[in-house]
Structures are given as structure tokens and as C-alpha cells.
Design a protein around this ligand. Structure first.
Ligand code: SAM
Length: 417
């Protein structure tokens, strides 16, 4: 019989790339207040981050929710079997927010490499203040664009013109910044162009032409068109979009793809200091970038974890945490089967669980099961192969559970006296 300790206090998680052999680190997620974490991390990451995107709270005065389906019924689509949690509130006093953002942006500047760039996603409520603060920190010459992300969703105003855009302020760290517009070009396409004539050149390339001032202007169908600073081709995620995680304020992956592809290379570090549902982290992971994520909401951590584990490029995670609290007993059989004796959590209320081992203060998960719309069931037994079992010793086996209320628990092996 062994005693197991229970721990709630998670500090963050690390994710590895699919290349197990080299254990290449893919990314780190830190749970906690952005300033506390940044102050702690700046010495480690100073001058190493290529791209920082952030989408902080922007004085909306609202509460934002996370919708959590419950058990098999909830994940099978029955909306009555779900609960809404408050993921985070955006009801901060303006001066407090501006002070916090000034410090966050100052530390962000320090994290960037000389080739690095920052994208700050805000709206009309903060844009004027942020422009002044950023000009101060980055230098007015390093301002590159105010990108207008225009969308059509949301209500229609009658007392003023409807507000249908967000602002993304784009700054470089220095003149030697990296930017690859080629990576985000889209072929002009075969659509008919009004007032233009279609033709073919000697090499068989199709173009559309127009004459003006005695000159002919040709636009080839296979030439790329590059985005301007008005992005009106990326809609908000609609209700049924499979990308949706249930976390309010989630941004579309296409938006982040444009940013990540144009401003970083594979292997570079991409950071999102207000990670939310993990859009940036998931895109970075998929595009082979390393990443750093921070958020203070436990529902952000849960959403990011599931999203990243479903990403075909990640297969291994670890958590760093503080150990403490009561015990759970387990029995280990002769054939490597492990029975948990006094596990009192209701399995219908568990959304995700994993089994793993603790090494150097990090919990490494080996096998996990999570509910998703395509797989609402939770496995309650795992087959572990010999290689996985080799990682376990008497004192390091660990189980991690996440329930629908946002509580996560670790049950950690402790040999009883
Ligand atoms: C607008 S959301 C980010 C959404 C994200 N871009 C996405 O696509 O899902 C802002 C996030 O900032 C987090 N946040 C707010 N204040 C914070 C703080 N002081 N420290 C860390 N995170 C914070 C919230 O928990 C929330 O997840």
C-alpha cells in the first residue's frame, strides 16, 4: 500500500514536440498574474523572444465566460448539460490597467530579440493610450502599423456608427527586424476583374490588363497579393465553428497565422502574455515555433491544455507545481496494474485526466483522456507499455484530474511509513 499526496497549486506546464527522442521543448505555459510571472521570467527570456502578441483586457467593463459541457451528455451536444464559469472579469479601473500595461509592455520590450516584433490587440477604448505608451517604450520610429481588423458580426448601433473593428498596434524592436510578407501572400485568383481584359502571355500565364495614360497594366492571376493594414478577410468565429473552445473572446486562428507566419521563423519563440483560449500557442505549435504562454485564469489553462494536446504536433506535457495536502491510497498489483483505492471524484464530473510520473519537480504525463465533442467518453483504464512503466518508481507515480468546476488535482505517490 502506498500513500498519495494531493496537490492543487499548479504553476504551469511544459509541452514537448513530437520528436520524443530529442525531447525538444515546444512551449511553456505559466498560470498566474502576468506581471508577477514576467518579473520572474525576464532574466531567463531577455532578448530571446522573436514575436509577442497580446490581447489584454481592454476596459470593456464586462465579465467573460467559459462554457463547460458536463460529462457524456454535455459533450454530445446537450446544452442543458453545461455550466458557465466566469473565465475573467474586465472591470478594472482605467489608471490601474494603464499602469499595469506600461510595465507589461516595458518587460515585453526587454524580452524581444533585436529582430523581434510586438503586436498589441486592443480596440477604440485603449488604442490612443497604448499608442502613446508604446511610442515611448519602443521609440516613435519603430511603430510599423495600426492594423484594422474589420469584422461584420455584433449588433448595429443607431446613435453612432457601428463599431466594427479592433486595432492591432505593430512595433519592431529595431531596424533589423524580421518580416516576411511573402509568407502571407495569397494568389490574386481567377475571379473576373471589372473593366479589365483577360489575356495570356508567351509563357501561358493568365493575366488581366487595363490601359491607362497610354500604358498597359497587367495583373497576373498567379501573382501574390499581400495584405494591407486593413484586414477584412478574416471573420470572427461563428457559433458553430469547430475551432470554438467555449472561451469568450477567443480569436480566430487565421488572424494569428498571419501574424506568426509574417513575423517569425520555425524554431523561433512566440509569446502570448494573455493567452486566453490559447489561439496563439496552438498556431505557434502547429507552425513549428516554440512558445511561451501566460494567463491568470484556470479556465485558460484547461482550454489551452486540451487544445494543445489535440494539436498533432504535441504529444507530451509536463506540469510544475507545489506539493502539499492530503492523501489517496493506491495498490500496485503484480502485473503493473494500479488500483486507486479511495478515489472519490465523480467520473461524470471529470473532464480530463492523465497518469504520469514526477521527475525533478515536474509531472510528466504519459497517457491522458479528455472529453471532446468528437469523443465525449472518458477512458477509465489505460494500457501502459513496458517503456512507459520504466518511468515509474515507488514514489513518483502521479495522477492528474481536471473537473468541470475548474479544480485540478494531483495525486502523488508517497510510500507510507
Ligand atoms: C481577451 S482574452 C485573450 C483571448 C485570446 N487572445 C484568445 O484568442 O483566446 C484576455 C485574457 O487575459 C487574461 N488576463 C487578464 N488579466 C490578467 C493578468 N493580470 N495576468 C494574466 N492574465 C490576465 C484573462 O484571463 C484572459 O484570458
Amino acid at each position: 500500500m502506498q500513500r498519495y499526496k494531493l496537490s492543487y497549486d499548479v504553476k504551469g506546464e511544459i509541452y514537448y514536440s513530437p520528436d520524443n527522442a530529442k525531447e525538444l521543448l515546444q512551449g511553456k505555459y505559466y498560470l498566474g498574474d502576468v506581471l508577477e510571472i514576467l518579473r520572474h521570467l525576464t532574466p531567463e527570456y531577455r532578448g530571446k523572444v522573436q514575436l509577442i502578441y497580446m490581447d489584454p483586457p481592454f476596459l470593456t467593463g464586462q465579465e467573460f465566460k467559459f462554457r463547460q459541457p458536463i460529462g457524456i451528455k454535455g459533450w454530445s451536444g446537450d446544452r442543458e448539460h453545461s455550466i458557465s464559469h466566469i473565465a475573467y472579469t474586465d472591470k478594472v479601473d482605467k489608471d490601474i490597467l494603464l499602469n499595469m500595461m506600461t510595465e507589461v509592455l516595458t518587460l515585453a520590450y526587454e524580452l524581444l530579440t533585436d529582430e523581434g516584433c510586438l503586436y498589441l490587440h486592443i480596440d477604440y477604448r485603449l488604442s490612443a493610450y497604448m499608442r502613446i505608451i508604446l511610442d515611448d517604450i519602443f521609440g516613435i520610429d519603430n511603430f510599423l502599423n495600426e492594423i484594422i481588423w474589420h469584422y461584420r458580426t455584433g449588433g448595429r448601433a443607431k446613435r453612432h456608427f457601428s463599431r466594427k473593428h479592433d486595432n492591432i498596434l505593430f512595433y519592431r524592436k529595431s531596424k533589423g527586424y524580421y518580416f516576411n510578407i511573402e509568407a502571407v501572400g495569397i494568389p490574386r485568383g481567377t475571379d473576373k476583374k471589372n473593366n479589365m481584359k483577360q489575356g495570356k502571355d508567351a509563357n501561358g500565364r493568365v493575366f488581366w490588363s487595363i490601359k491607362s495614360g497610354g500604358r498597359e497594366y497587367r495583373y497576373y492571376e498567379d501573382d501574390k497579393v499581400y495584405p494591407s493594414d486593413v484586414w477584412d478577410d478574416i471573420p470572427h468565429l461563428h457559433q458553430q465553428n469547430p475551432e470554438r473552445t467555449g472561451y469568450d473572446t477567443q480569436k480566430p486562428e487565421r488572424l494569428l497565422e498571419r501574424i506568426v507566419l509574417s513575423s517569425s521563423r520555425p524554431g523561433d519563440i512566440v509569446a502570448d502574455l494573455f493567452a486566453g483560449s490559447g489561439t496563439t500557442l496552438n498556431v505557434a505549435q502547429r507552425l513549428g515555433r516554440r512558445w511561451l504562454g501566460i494567463d491568470s485564469s484556470i479556465f485558460s489553462l484547461h482550454t489551452c491544455r486540451k487544445r494543445l494536446l489535440n494539436n498533432e504536433r504535441s504529444n507530451k506535457i509536463g506540469f510544475f507545481y507545489n506539493e502539499n495536502i492530503p492523501a489517496l491510497s493506491i495498490k500496485q498489483g503484480n502485473h503493473n496494474e494500479i488500483t486507486i483505492c479511495d478515489f472519490e471524484e465523480d467520473i461524470e464530473l471529470i473532464d480530463h485526466w492523465s497518469i504520469g510520473y514526477v521527475k525533478n519537480g515536474v509531472y510528466n504525463s504519459i497517457k491522458h483522456s479528455m472529453r471532446t465533442s468528437s469523443n465525449p467518453n472518458l477512458d477509465i483504464e489505460f494500457q501502459l507499455n513496458e517503456k512507459a512503466i520504466e518511468n515509474f518508481s515507488a514514489d513518483n507515480l502521479c495522477i492528474h484530474t481536471v473537473d468541470i468546476y475548474g479544480k485540478q488535482r494531483f495525486y502523488i505517490a508517497k510510500t507510507s511509513p
